[in-house]
Ligand binder design. Structure first.
Ligand SMILES: *[C@@H]1O[C@H](CO)[C@@H](O)[C@H](O)[C@H]1NC(C)=O
Ligand SMILES: *[C@@H]1O[C@H](CO)[C@@H](O)[C@H](O)[C@H]1NC(C)=O
Ligand SMILES: *[C@@H]1O[C@H](CO)[C@@H](O)[C@H](O)[C@H]1NC(C)=O
Ligand SMILES: *[C@@H]1O[C@H](CO)[C@@H](O)[C@H](O)[C@H]1NC(C)=O
Ligand SMILES: [Zn+2]
Length: 400
């Protein structure tokens, strides 16, 4: 019943790794928050401050990211994080904003029999929804959203959406961008909305605080770096796995809002052997949901992982329209200000206040309004040279 689990993750999950099931009946429904809680001068802007944007795929772009490891661990080295992120984390921790919840052993399971449903932990892996989580969209609307891109199927998906005059939100994986930079270029050129889905698709509750900082920071950074400085507003946890510790790091260090979903077809699993679901089962679910009540709106978890997952979406699309759903990009339904904190959208001006105003200024100098992010010690500029690529890109996947 759970969301996307990449092939990578399947290797480390037990065979029953898809349980415990979401129990949608027990999920409290919350209205969409009117506004996010971060002030407009949140330090997230300083965390990514730079005014040089090397061409996507160029050597300078590659050198600004964790080294690509085609055969090794996809997880960035946490000893090479930009100092500004570490400082922002330390400040948030010192301010008491990051709760002391131990890493889970796997999604929804904690040491010492800690209760994942408790308000202290609130594991989204088992369906606990915190008031600030986005999972519903307005009545009558259907959120277009695709996880785990870019992939070799992204081009096909973009063609389909363009034909139908649709824009979607893509929750992208940093490592997947490195694997197929030309698919990323198609996404960038498409005018679609981009949101973070971590660097290497780990279950974040199993990770240490600094690993969570790394997974979120690098995936935000690759979007920032590739879009002329757009700071993404939204992120989605791989396999839906977050808890209050992970939520807090996303919120207080990076100013990001968490997006989950309210229906799940498990389309990611269609290529499994044997598949936990089938195209026919998904068609039946789509029929039920699309012909069902329009309140709340639908945010169905979708993936651009395989041509089967795309086919399931494309097969349902005519009914989305004929049943009268107002289809829109998820980011634009969740917040009318859209996918980015400092720009009106994929086009349009990146506001100077979100970028150049903070050039050369670290978090401690930029936010004294909340007290959440001020750091008492020295603060550092994000400096891409902090990360020294140790390996060369190889394997025929060198970006164009
Ligand atoms: C990269 O993605 C593009 C667009 O989806 C696709 O056409 C291409 O085959 C992919 N390349 C590889 C090596 O998978
Ligand atoms: C798409 O899926 C079908 C199975 O339905 C498979 O036969 C075909 O090779 C796939 N095409 C691509 C481009 O992967
Ligand atoms: C902090 O806030 C005070 C009061 O608003 C302001 O006068 C001061 O300049 C601010 N300091 C920094 C470093 O922004
Ligand atoms: C970034 O690091 C390089 C190499 O250490 C240094 O020469 C440069 O001045 C730094 N840039 C900033 C803005 O600190
Ligand atoms: Zn995913």
């Amino acid at each position: 019943m759970l969301a996307a689990v990449t092939l990578l993750l399947l290797h480390i999950l037990p065979t029953h790794g898809h349980s415990p099931a979401h129990n949608h009946d027990h999920i409290a429904r919350h209205a969409l928050p009117g506004a996010w809680f971060q002030p407009s001068d949140h330090a997230v802007r300083a965390l990514f401050a730079r005014d040089d944007f090397p061409a996507v795929g160029s050597d300078a772009w590659v050198a600004s990211l964790p080294p690509f490891t085609p055969d090794g661990s996809h997880t960035p080295d946490i000893t090479k994080l930009p100092q500004a992120w570490v400082d922002a984390y330390n400040a948030a921790k010192a301010a008491g904003n990051i709760p002391d919840i131990p890493p889970s052993t796997t999604g929804g399971q904690y040491p010492n029999n800690l209760d994942p449903k408790s308000t202290t932990i609130c594991s989204s892996f088992i369906g606990c929804r915190a008031p600030e989580d986005h999972f519903n969209v307005p009545d009558g609307t259907l959120a277009l959203n695709f996880d785990d891109g870019p992939t070799e199927f992204t081009g096909q998906l973009l063609d389909f959406l363009k034909t139908n005059n649709e824009i979607a939100t893509h929750f992208v994986i940093g490592y997947s961008i490195q694997q197929n930079v030309s698919a990323w270029e198609l996404l960038l050129a498409s005018g679609h909305d981009l949101a973070a889905h971590t660097w290497s698709h780990q279950q974040l509750t199993t990770q240490t605080d600094m690993e969570v900082v790394s997974e979120l920071g690098w995936s935000m950074n690759i979007i920032y770096l590739s879009t002329g400085g757009r700071v993404p507003r939204f992120w989605r946890p791989p396999t839906g796995d977050a808890d209050n510790r992970v939520r807090a790091i996303a919120k207080y260090v990076f100013g990001m809002e968490m997006v989950v979903w309210n229906q799940d077809t498990e389309d990611w699993s269609l290529t499994e052997t044997p598949p936990p679901t089938t195209t026919a089962v998904i068609a039946g679910q789509m029929n039920t949901w699309l012909n069902g009540p329009k309140s709340p709106g639908l945010m169905i978890l979708e993936h651009e992982l395989s041509n089967l997952s795309l086919a399931a979406f494309m097969a349902a699309y005519p009914l989305m329209k004929s049943a009268g759903w107002n289809t829109q990009s998820a980011a634009r339904l969740i917040n009318t200000d859209g996918a980015y904190r400092n720009a009106p959208g994929p086009t349009g001006t990146v506001t100077a206040a979100g970028l150049l105003d903070f050039k050369g200024v670290g978090p401690s100098d930029t936010t004294n309004s909340t007290g959440n992010t001020g750091s008492s010690g020295s603060s550092s500029v994000v400096n891409s040279s902090v990360v020294k690529p140790t390996g060369s890109v190889s394997g025929g996947t060198k970006p164009a």
